[in-house]
Design a protein around this ligand. Structure first.
Ligand SMILES: O=C(O)CCC(=O)C(=O)O
Length: 503
């Protein structure tokens, strides 16, 4: 690849998370852009990165050193603000309302680029309209269309409009690149998860749940009505005007699909709703828990149990960045439509580029999943023990053992169901987790974060008397036998942490 891609010198960006003239002049610039776009597409086609759309005007900073003019319009156009980092400029612009942002965009090329940064407009749309918006190609245009007085002053069709020259910024370039890059084939190649079809529950417990190892289970969704039924048409018809949790807002499923059709962003919105079964009971009856995961001890808490199941719908490129599942639970994730790329690291191996806070309450990781692949994936290439990876397709289920770090990216528009559960194999871990001194900042999915430990332990003792003692005794016996787990195979809270339980 030639052009900008040979000079990718940008820094990685981190985000902290808790668990985005006149009409005539525009036409002239668009014609000019069309020619540059054609040239750029020709350049982009020689291997390496593959882009979903054509290039924008912003270039990585490294390209400045190869430019004849050595002029960066990023700086000249920002005036005294040029000394601020790109992140800081965007943070400040994030305090402005749409009118001020729109006006400031007319001040200089540089302000134009910053003020039209799509995540700023995404925030404005979500703040002003919640989930009541009809996405129209870009967030800026969506805002303008919904807010009629501004609509005439913006370029239509979802186009981002002007393209600037001599603008160099790693931050903005990488943001654009991550929104437009397709997953590279070599990021999808590794497939080293164990797969099983038709194993018994005992085999599952012995080979995977006890040793806390991931497995991909084939054929165990064969009886699910959802597999045949849950296409877009069915979901739209069945869910009608019901609103589902999508990031910070709630959206009708039809509006969400409209957004998904057009989304080109670093972190596309993701429909992730824990109450889908109550909201649309027919969805609940279209699937059943695979036999391997029937024991779920959080059931003893009845309605007071933390959130535990979610319908997940998202466009290609959406997904979940690195995290460990809540409350030290294990999980299963069943793909109904589409496919998902998984990367998993065992509990004592923090993935490269991921920085949990010492108490585990916060995780700093790259802004987007694509950014992780671009900047950190190759770090695992030479590791003796590789992360566990796979592509999980429709009809398949992955078991995610407790404590494992995982990242997921949808390779196609996808629909899935996931449930988190507590079985006897991870009961002690969950109790241990709920009892931590900082439980109020760690426990999630419930309002009652502090008392959950007592409630759960008492309910288990009432319903299954002696179980906790038996499990603790078993764990102590194991420790006494000096069962020394090997580095990788034993990276289970269950074994490694067995000696520290005291309830
Ligand atoms: O995006 C996905 O399907 C993965 C969800 C996930 O990792 C989770 O629910 O913990």
């Amino acid at each position: 690849m030639v052009g900008w891609s040979t000079n990718l010198l940008f820094r990685s960006r981190k985000r902290r998370r808790r668990g985005t003239s006149t009409k005539q002049r525009c036409n002239y610039i668009q014609q000019e852009n069309a020619q540059e776009q054609k040239e750029q597409e020709e350049e982009d086609d020689d291997g390496g990165f593959k882009l979903k759309t054509s290039a924008c005007g912003v270039q990585p900073l490294g390209n400045l050193y190869f430019s004849s003019s050595a002029h960066n319009s990023r700086n000249t156009g920002l005036g005294n603000l040029q000394t601020l980092t790109d992140e800081l400029v965007l943070d400040i612009l994030g305090l402005l309302d749409a009118t001020h942002l729109g006006n400031l965009a007319a001040v200089s090329k540089s302000f134009y680029v910053f003020c039209t940064h799509e995540p700023l407009w995404r925030n404005l749309v979500l703040e002003k309209y919640g989930g009541d918006f009809l996405f129209d190609g870009s967030w800026r245009y969506t805002y303008a269309k919904a807010y009629k007085p501004l609509a005439g002053s913006l370029n239509g069709g979802g186009s981002l409009g002007l393209k600037v020259k001599d603008f160099y910024s790693d931050y903005l370039f990488q943001s654009w690149l991550c929104a437009n890059l397709e997953m590279r084939p070599d990021w999808l190649e590794r497939d080293n998860i164990l797969r099983r079809k038709g194993i018994s529950v005992d085999e599952f417990v012995r080979d995977f749940e006890e040793p806390n190892k991931p497995v991909l289970l084939e054929g165990c969704l064969d009886g699910w009505a959802a597999l045949g039924k849950w296409d877009r048409e069915y979901l739209v018809e069945t869910c009608g005007d019901v609103r589902f949790a999508v990031g910070p807002v709630e959206m009708k499923i039809d509006d969400f699909f409209r957004y998904s059709d057009q989304a080109r962003e670093e972190r596309p919105l993701y429909l992730f709703d824990p109450k889908f079964g109550e909201k649309v009971p027919i969805l609940d009856s279209d699937y059943e828990v695979p036999v391997y995961f029937n024991e779920d001890l959080f059931n003893v808490l009845g309605k007071e149990r933390p959130d535990y199941r979610w319908i997940i719908i998202g466009p290609a490129g959406s997904g979940s960045s690195f995290h460990i599942d809540p409350n030290s639970t294990s999980a299963w994730n069943a793909v109904i439509k589409g496919s998902k790329k998984w990367v998993l690291f065992p509990p004592d191996v923090v993935p490269p580029g991921v920085h949990p806070s010492p108490d585990g309450a916060e995780v700093a990781c790259p802004v987007s999943i694509i950014e992780w692949f671009m900047n950190f994936y190759s770090a695992t290439k030479d590791w003796k023990k590789k992360p566990i990876e796979c592509i999980c397709k429709a009809g398949e289920v992955i078991f995610v053992p407790n404590g494992w770090w995982h990242l997921v990216i949808n390779l196609e528009d996808s629909v899935a169901i996931t449930q988190n559960f507590v079985s006897r194999r991870n009961l002690l871990n969950v109790l241990d987790f709920l009892k931590k001194p900082n439980a109020s900042s760690l426990v999630s999915g419930t309002k009652d974060r502090v008392k959950l430990y007592d409630k759960f332990k008492n309910a288990i003792e009432a319903m299954f008397p002696g179980t906790i003692d038996q499990l603790m005794q078993k764990a102590e016996e194991r420790m006494a036998q000096h069962e020394k787990p090997s580095f990788w195979d034993s990276v289970t809270d269950t074994k490694a942490g067995a000696f520290k339980f005291s309830f």
